[in-house]
Design a binder for this molecule. Structure first.
Ligand SMILES: NC(=O)C1=CN([C@@H]2O[C@H](COP(=O)(O)OP(=O)(O)OC[C@H]3O[C@@H](n4cnc5c(N)ncnc54)[C@H](OP(=O)(O)O)[C@@H]3O)[C@@H](O)[C@H]2O)[C@@H](O)CC1
Ligand SMILES: [K+]
Length: 524
């Protein structure tokens, strides 16, 4: 969840009602430059320090010690500035800083803030104080958006000191507030630089991040969600949160999809089942084919479509020996694949499709007016240039397609490695959308959605509950149902990803979670 902290009030307001622009680091630098040129020198860092101090006091109201680890650049400068603000406001709290570099080697703004902290009476310590308790606070001001990969350079004393302090931050017993972004993370991609990746699972102390000026994609995808924890944002009075000013001339790289993307359309009284579209699911290889039954996956997609408001749901199992008779959910109409008219409904194809789905793909790619391709359908297309060509040709016939790969499936489609996909999730998703002229949805922590017109969204909902078998099938069915009900392809993918994650976020602690239970609670 994203919280906005205001310069003028304690950071209490919760805002998930807009899609927020995400800027990469170079765009952020441009916005910073434009914003700083209109303000007296040092104003942005002062504003950052004030916002940090206010959030720190709100997060740790009973702290007796606040330790701030300050790095060699302006991220460290924010830390010194916050130390001054905290020292003034909390005379009975021990405000302590550790530094990486001598003040003369700091950038100009950071030097000013260093001197202010000295004058304010902040205490300098060489390492994390050993007496921090869980109600105290640790502030990570080591590295922000100025981080860059240093391939050939031997680590200097300052680099080693930085590593040492970062390790202490990571092992902190108290909550951690990261300034701008968790140190070591690339703000564009959400990946740790190799030298900063934590060696072990970090301790369970709560983590918060206060993003300064702009929001950046790395906060919300790849390793960013775990590293940054709860995201707060302060635009330093530059008008970005109110959608004004410099942001309007600098293009965001993506948008963050939020609860605003979840608005349910009211149903008219005169509506009927035909008003909400048909979803037909094709998948579920049977036990008889290779001794591996995957019919459950197709059932999950159909169940999700049923509970997401589709008018009618048909299920065609790729299993000749599927039991006949009344299905466990009588609303779902079972079909033989050969008996289904694939030219009319929104089709969800591939869930549990195994090898059997391959033979059906030429027909489905040719016929389906709106097509969600998942799982084994994606694997089959990755292995067949002819199928890939047929997929790409759909767009020109006004037959839109949504692809929903996880990173391994995406790697197969782009003929690369999972590591390469995860290293640049936004770019990989965009590449998929452009290569196949479709809407692509790349699953994983911080799901990314992109279209062929180069628009990108990052999903802000979801949690690790979703890391369990079958939840991807549920997502495919949910997207199919939203699409069948009248959303366009991009909206269906964005809304589906948000709803899927949001349902998991709202999950009662005492209710066992499974993909089937998720599918059945999508209507709530
Ligand atoms: N932009 C804004 O809108 C605003 C920005 N503000 C704040 O400024 C921050 C950006 O400050 P920044 O540009 O000084 O960069 P920062 O993150 O402190 O790091 C640079 C230092 O790290 C070092 N370093 C780099 N890579 C390294 C590595 N691999 N291993 C080791 N060291 C490495 C690098 O060393 P160098 O390569 O130069 O020797 C340099 O010393 C931003 O995140 C926000 O907090 C706000 O105050 C106001 C509004
Ligand atoms: K930081």
């Amino acid at each position: 969840m994203l919280r906005i902290s205001s310069l003028d009030a304690p950071p209490t307001s919760i805002s998930e009602n807009q899609g927020w622009p995400l800027f990469n680091t170079s765009a952020t630098r441009q916005i910073e430059k434009a914003c700083a040129s209109r303000l007296p020198p040092h104003t942005l860092m002062e504003r950052a320090g004030l916002a940090i101090a206010r959030l720190a006091m709100a997060l740790a109201p009973h702290a007796q010690r606040i330790w701030i680890a300050c790095g060699p650049g302006n991220n460290g400068g924010d830390g010194f500035e916050a130390a001054t603000q905290l020292q003034v406001r909390l005379p009975h709290t021990r405000i302590m800083v550790s530094q990486v570099r001598e003040p003369s080697q700091l950038p100009a703004d950071a030097q000013i803030s260093w001197h202010k902290a000295q004058q304010a009476g902040v205490q300098w310590v060489s390492n994390c104080p050993s007496d921090l308790s869980p109600q105290d606070l640790c502030i990570d001001a080591l590295l922000g958006i100025g981080i860059h990969h240093r391939a050939d350079r031997k680590p200097s004393d300052a680099d080693q000191r930085l590593q040492q302090l970062l390790k202490q931050v990571t092992q902190s017993v108290c909550p951690v507030l990261c300034l701008d972004i968790a140190s070591g993370l690339d703000a564009n991609t959400g990946q740790y630089l190799p030298e900063f990746a934590p060696h072990a699972m970090s301790n369970p102390s709560p983590r918060h991040t206060l993003a300064l000026l702009t929001l950046q994609p790395g906060l919300f995808t790849a390793q960013g969600r775990d590293a940054c924890g709860q995201i707060w944002w302060n635009d330093l009075g530059c008008g970005i949160a109110s959608h004004q000013a410099d942001a309007s001339t600098t293009q965001p790289v993506a948008h963050l999809s939020t609860i605003a993307n979840l608005q349910a359309k009211p149903r008219q009284h005169t509506s009927h089942k035909g008003s909400f579209g048909d979803v037909a699911v094709l998948g579920g290889e049977g036990l008889s084919q290779r001794g591996l039954s995957m019919t459950g996956a197709a059932w999950l997609a159909a169940l999700a479509a049923l509970h997401s408001g589709a008018g009618r749901v048909m299920l065609a199992l790729l299993d000749e020996h599927a039991p006949q008779g009344i299905p466990p959910w009588p609303e779902i109409m079972l079909r033989r694949p050969s008996a289904q008219d694939w030219s009319q409904p929104t089709v969800v194809c591939g869930c549990g499709g195994g090898e059997a789905v391959q033979a059906w793909l030429p027909h489905i790619l040719g016929q389906a007016p709106q097509l969600v391709l998942d799982a084994d359908a994606l694997n089959a297309i990755a292995a067949s240039p002819a199928l890939a060509q047929q997929l790409t040709a759909r767009a020109a016939r006004q037959q839109p397609t949504i692809l929903t790969p996880h990173p391994l499936e995406a790697a197969r489609l782009l003929q690369t490695s999972t590591t390469a996909i995860q290293a640049h999730r936004l770019q990989a998703c965009l590449q998929l959308a452009q290569k196949f002229q479709c809407t692509a949805l790349l699953k994983g922590s911080g799901t990314v959605i992109a279209n062929a017109q180069r628009k990108i969204w990052v999903n802000s909902s979801g949690n690790a509950r979703l890391a369990s078998g079958g939840t991807g099938d549920v997502l495919a069915g949910l997207i199919g149902a939203l699409w069948a009900q009248g959303s366009n392809a991009d909206e269906a993918a964005i809304q589906g990803a948000f709803k899927h994650g949001h349902t998991a976020d709202q999950w009662p602690a005492d209710r066992p979670f499974s993909a089937g239970a998720l599918a059945m609670h999508l209507a709530q």
